[in-house]
Design a protein around this ligand. Structure first.
Ligand code: FAD
Length: 414
């Protein structure tokens, strides 16, 4: 049996960033996944490093929007009816946390973590030969309806308080940034400090390669084999058992599979989402991610083509894919941008691991000595992976974390 200082369970962007940060501090680390590095949720996202986040995605209070979702006419959300009874307690908690005052509180609590997001990626990219994936071209959000745009005022005011730069643009101003967009929208907001990547899988793999270069070991194994072995934790892998005094759980949407049997029940829900890749017609191109806010989808340039990602789907994590949102959003997307043929024949499904207050859990698991949690990064796990890695590594090695860890404690749910 091999011994190591720390085991990280889950090699998505979150776990891989943690493993790399621990290895940088001189610990011997085993990173364990049952699949390949970065191949699950961290593979198919929209690639935005959204350090600007002010308000997290919230429950809609608008009666019209709710009615459209209920009638399955909404572009931004879908649901499986059979899943709703199970999801109801979580949805009510999410709704409570989405009230305007709570959103302002959340925005203030999460700002220090998000403020480090882009810089932390840049540090890891520089040492991992991954800087070529990074685009510091911002994020453009377009609004077809003036009322949706007007409703942004509280967020824009708060962004000013946080000194986050943004530009409100008319149609022509947005087209100056993205000439291939058609004028089907009336307003836009450009967030220049957001960044994005052209291949999220490439980024995670590059961080894993850097981890290996520092002596880190990546192994195949099932995290659910975790158990206490005396004063240490032990996991079975394809290379045999491995044990360590400290273990970090970074299993994304699968975290509960491990934690519930250990007696730790967190309100972890999934918001599923899909992507497809398209070619662009003629010379059409995008320089940055574009959110068609009223139509509820996003298009972004990736190495594979133009990646279109959907909004959310409330369904059991392991239920069969039901990518019906594409039927609703494709006509809208073709209005906005000259999408060509599909670039491949795949429809990707991923599950955003979400807690109802839109804050991840980062820190110790109370009552389980040596167990650390880094889960629930929801819509912004790519964004927060490296910042989470630094924070966990600082806490595990006895350094003061760069931001207050209190908002991220698991105990807030107990
Ligand atoms: C459509 C969509 C668009 C998104 N767009 C963005 C975006 O633009 N920007 C952004 O910041 N975020 C975005 N996200 C969210 C982001 O992708 C996630 O928050 C992030 O990938 C979560 O990372 P993770 O490492 O926690 O989870 P994962 O990447 O899922 O990693 C968890 C790992 O655990 C492993 N695992 C699970 N169970 C076991 C087990 N029993 N044994 C061993 N290993 C196991 C899995 O194989 C996996 O590799 C998007 C998500 C979706 C679905």
């Amino acid at each position: 049996m091999a011994r190591t200082d720390a085991i990280v369970l889950g090699a998505g962007i979150v776990g891989t960033s943690i493993a790399l940060h621990l290895a940088k501090r001189g610990l011997s680390v085993a990173l364990i996944d049952r699949a390949g590095v970065g191949e699950q949720t961290s593979f198919g996202n929209a690639g935005i490093i959204e350090g600007n986040t002010v308000f997290p995605p919230a429950f809609p209070f608008d009666v019209g929007a709710l009615a459209r979702i209920a009638l399955k006419r909404a572009t931004e959300a879908n649901y499986h009816l059979s899943f709703l009874p199970q999801a109801l307690p979580w949805l009510l908690a999410f709704r409570a946390a989405s009230r305007p005052q709570r959103l302002v509180e959340t925005a203030r609590l999460i700002r220090p973590l998000y403020a480090r997001a882009v810089a932390e990626h840049e540090l890891l990219m520089a040492e991992s030969n991954a800087a070529h994936y990074l685009r510091k071209t911002g994020w453009l959000k377009v609004y077809r309806s003036t009322s949706t745009f007007t409703a942004l005022k509280p967020e824009i005011d708060l962004a000013a308080q946080f000194s986050l730069p943004l530009q409100t643009l008319d149609t022509a101003g947005a087209q100056a940034l993205e000439p291939s967009l058609s004028p089907v929208f009336a307003h836009a907001v450009f967030w220049p400090q957001a960044a994005s990547v052209s291949n999220p899988l490439g980024v995670t793999r590059a961080y894993a390669a850097r981890f290996a270069a520092l002596g880190g070991v990546t192994l195949n194994g099932d995290a659910r084999s975790l158990h206490r072995a005396g004063q240490r934790w032990r996991v079975e892998t394809n290379e045999g058992g491995i044990d360590a005094p400290e273990v970090v759980v970074a299993l994304g949407p699968w975290a509960s599979d491990l934690l519930v049997p250990l007696g730790l029940k967190l309100p972890l829900m999934v918001k599923r989402g899909y992507h497809r890749h398209f070619q662009a017609q003629d010379n059409a191109a995008l320089a940055r991610p574009v959110l068609d806010a009223d139509a509820g989808y996003l298009i972004t340039p990736m190495e594979q083509g133009i990646r279109m990602t959907t909004g959310v789907e409330f369904a059991a994590r392991d239920a069969a894919p039901s990518p019906v949102q594409f039927d609703r959003i494709l006509p809208k997307a073709r209005e906005l941008f000259p999408l060509g043929e599909r670039a491949d024949d795949k429809t990707w499904l991923g599950s955003r691991p979400c807690l109802p207050d839109s804050r991840p859990v980062i820190g110790r698991a109370a009552g389980l000595p040596g167990l650390w949690l880094a889960i629930g990064h929801a819509h912004w796990g790519l964004t927060l992976g490296p910042a989470t890695g630094r924070m966990i590594a600082e806490m595990m090695t006895g350094d003061a974390p760069f931001c207050d860890p209190a908002p991220y404690r698991a105990e807030r749910f107990q």
